[in-house]
Design a protein around this ligand. Structure first.
Ligand code: F6R
Length: 634
């Protein structure tokens, strides 16, 4: 959801043209979801270009060859919140003199007050955005700051920084903001509850080198972005900004400081994925690639955590946990797909006799779900940046609970906001629809539930270890494409499951609606007869997940008979342990395993169904309409 890129070439290096870096960076951020894009280049003059629609629209609206200059620039992909996607509402925004340009992610909550105040000062706003108040505030403070000129340690003028800081001081809400000024080859930026990361490029290729604090100016260039993929092609050395930290980047280096302007020594970290990880590797879509990456992602997720010989599971990130924190009530909070993982995780713990619940993060308050010193609140968020989940975790923290982030993103806001972090290790996921991260969340929660309850049998360990290979078998043998092609064009699509397969049914339906734009609903299998059965016709396929041959399977088979009697096409996802195939029009097989692991395997077949229906319908699979990868507003 919205993406920022900024670039400053090092004064000492042969640097590429800023426009190329900005456009490449924006294209790497496309996965976050956006509906307009823009760039501002700050050399002797400030040039701003922006356009509604896809990045290609922006590229075709500017004459890139004329913009070829090394130097300084910022870029933005916007996902509309205040005002529709139009050229005018696109970022960067400037003041009317055009001497400052600003890009912003997040929401300025007091923007109406600021807008009224600035209007009274004579400002006429062009856009409907909350962001446009920022360049005007900066401009206002620039005028007063100019009377108190001064020189920075790197030789630049301090008036710009002063004006930027004063403007930020007026803003309430969540933000990552970057600004550039006419005639000042510097980027000023700050963040609060919205991610910003610096990329530090060495001379040459930006890989390896000292990892100690402030720069010396010897690097090839400095990047600023909402997420590492925006610059990973150039460098894997990063500095994560914390809330309310400011950064100044120019050809001489970068400096991070706090609200009072005191310099902060930051650690330069090396991230462990490279440009190859964010490409499509020959697949038509990132989503399909990521579905096929699941065996290796799951293997990575288990690495070092499961010891077959000793019969133990270990989560080294949680070594600092005291036992009592694990025994306490456990409340999961999450959104969307991650909420389905949370439901699955809560059921796993309940099965092991531990009190656990899952709440949609945007519905979570500590009044509704009381927290005391004994409560462990677990936020599940692959991005680690989802505003609803972050708010819930912060509220739980304030109420005295212990918090744990289960996330894919090292250094993310959730990882930093929580007392503890547990990583799902799925690697970068670019497709907006979460696939491998969901599977990795499921597997991480399986390991977590075993670690929490100190219960895991030898059989269970073996089942866990087999999951990656079993997923590979599914990918190699699936008939999901043929089934999808048969059923495309149906009126609606329903997904049912019981117990641990209920969250899988919900996830199957979410994935399906997200990328096909068709009506799809997931139900607890037993709920069909309490209402949804009225929707079932011969033109509404029902996907049912049935594994094992126990009571859960038998009851789900009864529910399948109910839909079969209404002539609905039935697709079963099954391990073949029961006689459910007798009632099915189509069968999607999974290898036999226990119910816990079967929930991971069954989901893979449903991901593929969603993918192939969407593909047959020619949908925009990696960037579904209206959706964003990282949802940084509440
Ligand atoms: C659906 C999807 C979303 C996310 C949700 C939470 O495919 O990706 O429903 O699961 O926006 O995102 P995270 O996990 O980043 O908190």
């Amino acid at each position: 959801m919205c993406g920022i890129i900024g670039y400053v070439g090092s004064a000492d290096a042969n640097t590429p043209d800023a426009i190329d870096i900005l456009l490449d960076g924006l294209s790497e951020l496309e996965y976050r979801g956006y509906d307009s894009a823009g760039v501002a280049l700050a050399n002797a003059e400030l040039d701003v270009y922006k356009s509604e629609g896809e990045l290609e629209e922006l590229v075709s609206s500017l004459s890139v060859s004329e913009l070829r200059e090394p130097g300084v620039g910022i870029g933005h992909t916007r996902w509309s919140t205040h005002g529709p996607p139009t050229d005018t509402n696109a970022h960067p925004h400037t003041d009317d003199s055009g001497r400052v340009a600003v890009v912003h992610n997040g929401i300025i909550e007091n923007y109406q007050t600021l807008r009224d105040e600035l209007t009274a000062e004579g400002v006429t706003f062009e856009s409907e955005t909350d962001t446009e108040v920022v360049p005007y505030l900066i401009s206002l403070y620039l005028e007063s700051a100019e009377n108190a000129d001064g020189v920075r340690s790197d030789g630049g003028s301090i008036v710009y920084e002063r004006a930027f800081r004063r403007a930020i001081d007026r803003i309430e809400g969540s933000y990552a903001i970057a600004a550039v000024f006419e005639g000042d080859e510097t980027i000023y930026a700050t963040r609060k509850e919205s991610p910003l990361v610096l990329g530090i490029e060495e001379n040459g290729d930006g890989r390896a080198g000292d990892a100690d604090g402030q720069s010396t100016g010897a690097e090839g260039g400095y990047y600023l972005a909402s997420d590492v993929p925006a610059f990973i092609e150039h460098t894997d050395r990063v500095v994560y900004l914390e809330d309310e930290e400011f950064v100044r980047l120019n050809g001489e280096g970068y400096e991070v400081s706090d609200e009072d302007g005191t310099t902060i020594e930051k650690t330069v970290k090396t991230v462990d994925f490279d440009a190859e990880d964010t490409g499509k590797s020959g697949y038509d879509h990132h989503m399909l690639k990521e579905v096929h990456e699941q065996p290796s992602a799951l293997r990575q997720c288990l690495r070092g955590r499961v010891d077959e010989l000793a019969g133990t599971v270990t989560l080294e990130e949680l070594d600092t946990f005291v036992e009592q924190e694990f025994a306490a009530p456990i409340e999961f909070v999450a959104c969307g797909t991650s909420y389905h993982a949370a439901l699955y995780g809560a059921s796993l713990l309940q099965q092991r006799g531990i009190h656990a619940t899952a709440t949609i993060a945007s519905e979570y308050t500590t009044d509704r779900v009381p927290v005391d010193d004994d409560t462990l609140v677990v936020g599940i968020t692959q991005s680690g940046e989802t505003a609803d989940t972050l708010r819930a975790l912060r509220e739980a923290n304030r109420a005295g609970g212990t918090t744990l982030a289960v996330t894919n993103t090292v250094g993310s806001s959730a990882a930093r906001a929580c007392d503890h972090a547990l990583y799902i290790r799925a690697g970068p996921e670019i497709g907006v629809a979460a696939t491998k991260t969901f599977a990795s969340q499921q597997l991480t929660l399986l390991v977590l539930s075993a670690a929490v309850s100190s219960q895991i049998s030898h059989d269970e360990i073996q089942s866990l270890r087999r999951v990656p290979d079993q997923v590979r078998t599914i990918l190699e043998t699936t008939s999901a494409r043929e089934v999808a092609e048969e059923l495309v064009g149906s009126d609606a699509f329903f997904f049912i499951g019981r117990g641990l397969h209920y969250p899988v049914a919900l996830e199957g339906a979410l994935k399906f609606k997200e990328i096909t734009y068709e009506h799809a609903e997931g139900f607890a299998a037993g709920e069909l007869k309490h209402g949804p059965l009225a929707l079932v016709t011969e033109n509404t396929p029902v996907f049912a997940v049935v594994t094992g041959d126990g009571q859960t399977a038998r009851k789900t088979i009864s529910n399948i008979k109910e839909v079969e009697a209404r002539d609905a096409p039935v697709v079963v996802v099954t391990d073949g342990a029961s006689d459910v195939e007798r009632y099915a029009d189509y069968v999607l097989g999974i290898p036999e395993t226990n119910e816990r692991c079967a929930a991971v395997l069954a989901n893979v077949q449903l991901q593929l169904i969603a993918y192939w229906v969407a593909n047959t319908m020619g949908r925009s699979i990696d960037k579904p309409r209206n959706l964003a990868k990282s949802v940084t507003v509440e």
